[in-house]
Design a protein around this ligand. Sequence first.
Ligand SMILES: Nc1ncnc2c1ncn2[C@@H]1O[C@H](COP(=O)(O)OP(=O)(O)OP(=O)(O)O)[C@@H](O)[C@H]1O
Ligand SMILES: [Mg+2]
Length: 158
Amino acid sequence: MKFVTTSPQETVRLGEALGAKLKGGDMVAYEGGLGAGKTTFTGGVAKGFGVKDQVSSPTYTLVNEYTGTGKRICHFDMYRINGEEELETTGFYDYLDDQTVMVIEWSENIASALPENTVRVKFTILDEQTREIEITGDDRFEDTGDRNFLKDGFGGCG
Ligand SMILES: Nc1ncnc2c1ncn2[C@@H]1O[C@H](COP(=O)(O)OP(=O)(O)OP(=O)(O)O)[C@@H](O)[C@H]1O
Ligand SMILES: [Mg+2]
């Protein structure tokens, strides 16, 4: 599914639509360059999954954790990670469990460590305010934020 958003708020709402469909154990891998909207989108994912709506960039910490009742999002930034050995030092493998959604910025850098059933989200900058966001995953995501997601109100930003 491909979407085009024309503001950060729209990107948050699309993230929310995805977050509402996630369950513990899911891996969500982002691709797309600097400033493409990955952290912005994650704010919506957390809200939709029901853990927290204040998300900040894990640029310096490598991973931020957001928890709710019986569930957790671990939000990684792999920008500076290269290779399997460095990945292990981030604790990546220790965070995996069936209550946790893993959200990975710069997943390009850990491509070989991603499971087959990874949900992929690809961000492309079209212009200053416009992003193309492509979500690829299993059947659950087929109607993610159907074309009316901006009007029909995920989270009441309407
Ligand atoms: N349609 C849009 N969707 C998302 N962000 C947008 C959009 N239009 C403009 N922006 C701006 O683009 C920037 C996106 O920043 P964000 O931190 O989310 O990107 P990122 O992909 O996480 O970058 P990095 O790789 O540096 O971590 C923000 O400043 C946001 O306001
Ligand atoms: Mg970011």
